[in-house]
Design a protein around this ligand. Structure first.
Ligand code: FAD
Ligand code: 2HG
Ligand code: ZN
Length: 465
């Protein structure tokens, strides 16, 4: 796969290597080139870095010792969870040491009376969801990378996903965190009090900081009551504009709405070709809306009434059984892997204001073809949040012209250049489109305060000092 490749990393300082082995044990300092290579390539295949070593601490205390050692040696660290990130923020593109958090994998127990769960950073999202479910609660965040993505990575990126329209993003679930800052200091606030206005909310600041301020080692999460009755419908829509208008209407008319996802004909056809799934509806449609409603009682009558009042619906497939609902969601979730099968994509994850959402969905293909006529554009996303995933294939990994054109067009109409994936290295160049010089100065001041030597993910989000 053609990737944006970084120069080879320098070998690790032998003194640092010995000290790291003393902390984590020999088996947890990985230096074999074949082994560390898998930690150096991102999920999309667009960003390939190189590292002298991967260190795998087994406790928060070991994380703190590793950070202190790296600070002393002036060695930069890239924290890594499940390596499912989409913006090149979790791979060592400048020869950094990789710190894998996957050994911090203790989840629970759930506090059944408050509906809260503590988990270490390396627990997968799927394991958090299943611990919550086993205790009679649910965790409100869900996304396609759930089996590999870690809760530490979710917090570091403030992950969104399929149910933000109902429960909010990761920050909305986060009641507290434990972290080792770049200074080496350990901060811990895991008490889980629902109301707690005692100074700065450091956990909220760490959420979405993409490993640039410190390493998240544990989190306290809010859970929500289960919504056991579920129904999903795949709507064949007249066009993308009608689908956007329908999604916006459903937010108001369907109180039990728990997901509303946009797809278009080309994406559905690609998914069917790559996965072998049959078409979701007998005839093709220009756009599709996947709608899920859930609650304590059967939401089907409410969903049917809400759908009946929409315009532009040409056909519908309704699913009530969990397996059939999962099959409908598969059409949406499989977009990411299906697009990857065409080569490493440029991923432009944007949010648009409601008023211009439909118009922009119609404009993206033209914006891309004006700078890269050979490229293909794939549109889908969490349209209930105004979040569209503009994927572009057929463009070299280091050719940023489409990124530039799309992100500028989005910012020009008041949109965000990153809805949920973060800035990473992929979008650092364009952060100034959304953030003023004064805000960027405040970001830099926070970074200097918490990470005085700039060792935490120094090439991510902000320009290195
Ligand atoms: P990584 O990729 O390992 O790291 C991501 C960033 O977080 C990096 O900057 C890294 O340095 C930092 N980091 C990781 N762990 C820590 C830690 N413990 N402390 C400090 N910094 C840390 N994202 C969404 O928001 N919504 C979606 O719907 C969605 N769907 C996806 C579907 C698929 C199939 C895939 C592959 C990915 C999807 N993603 C989605 C992207 C990705 O899963 C999320 O960004 C996720 O939160 C990353 O978690 P991770 O553990 O893999 O982090
Ligand atoms: C999703 O919503 C993820 O499936 C990935 O955020 C989006 O592949 C993408 O661009
Ligand atoms: Zn997404």
């Amino acid at each position: 796969m053609d990737t944006r490749t970084a120069p080879a990393a320098r070998a690790i300082d032998p003194d640092l290597a010995r000290a790291l082995v003393d902390v984590v044990g020999g088996p947890h300092l990985l230096t074999e080139p074949d082994v560390v290579a898998s930690y150096s390539l991102d999920w999309t295949g667009r960003f390939r870095g190189s590292t002298p070593a991967v260190v795998r601490p087994g406790s928060a205390a070991e994380v703190a010792e590793v950070v202190a050692l790296c600070r002393r040696h002036g060695t930069a660290i890239v924290p890594q969870g499940g390596n499912t990130g989409m913006v090149g923020g979790g791979v060592p593109l400048h020869g950094e040491l990789v710190m894998s958090l996957r050994r911090l994998d203790l989840a629970g127990p759930v506090d059944g009376s408050t509906g809260q769960l503590s988990a270490q950073a390396g627990v997968t999202l799927a394991a958090v969801q299943s611990a919550a479910r086993d205790a009679g609660w649910i965790y409100g965040v869900d996304l396609g990378g759930r089996d590999s993505a870690t809760i530490g990575g979710n917090v570091a990126t403030n992950a969104g996903g399929l149910r933000v329209v109902r429960y909010g993003d990761t920050r909305a679930q986060l009641l507290g965190a434990e972290a080792v800052l770049g200074s080496g200091a350990v901060v811990s606030h895991l008490g889980g009090l629902l109301k707690d206005n005692t100074g700065y909310a450091l956990h909220s600041l760490l959420c979405g900081s993409e490993g640039t301020l410190g390493v998240v080692t544990a989190v306290r999460l809010r859970l929500v009551p289960p919504a056991p009755s579920r129904v999903a419908a795949m709507l064949g829509m007249r066009d993308a504009s009608a689908a956007v208008a329908a999604a916006q209407a459903l937010r108001r008319t369907l109180p039990s709405l728990s997901a509303v996802e946009l797809m278009v004909r080309a994406g559905i056809e690609l998914v069917c070709t790559v996965t072998g799934a049959p078409p979701p509806l007998p005839d093709p449609h220009e756009a599709y809306l996947l709608v899920e409603a859930s609650g304590a009682t059967d939401p089907t009558p409410e969903l049917s009434a809400a759908v009946a009042s929409l315009s532009g619906v040409q056909d519908a497939a309704v699913a009530l059984e969990p397996a059939r609902i999962a099959a409908l969601f598969r059409y949406r979730e499989a977009h990411t892997e299906a697009i990857n099968s065409l080569g490493s994509p440029h991923k432009l994850d944007v949010t648009l204001p409601n008023a211009v959402l439909a118009d922009m969905v119609g404009r993206f293909a033209g914006i891309v073809s004006a700078v890269a006529p050979e490229a293909s554009v794939w549109l889908f996303g969490h349209v209930g949040d105004g979040n569209v995933h503009v994927n572009v294939t057929g463009v070299a990994p280091d050719d940023d012209r489409v990124d530039d054109a799309v992100l500028r067009a989005v910012a020009d109409v008041g949109g965000s250049i990153s809805a949920e994936h973060g800035i990473g290295t992929a979008k650092r160049r364009w952060l100034g489109l959304n953030r003023s010089p004064t805000e960027l100065q405040a970001f830099a001041a926070i970074k200097r305060a918490l990470d005085p030597d700039g060792i935490m993910n120094p090439h991510v989000m902000l320009t290195p000092a």
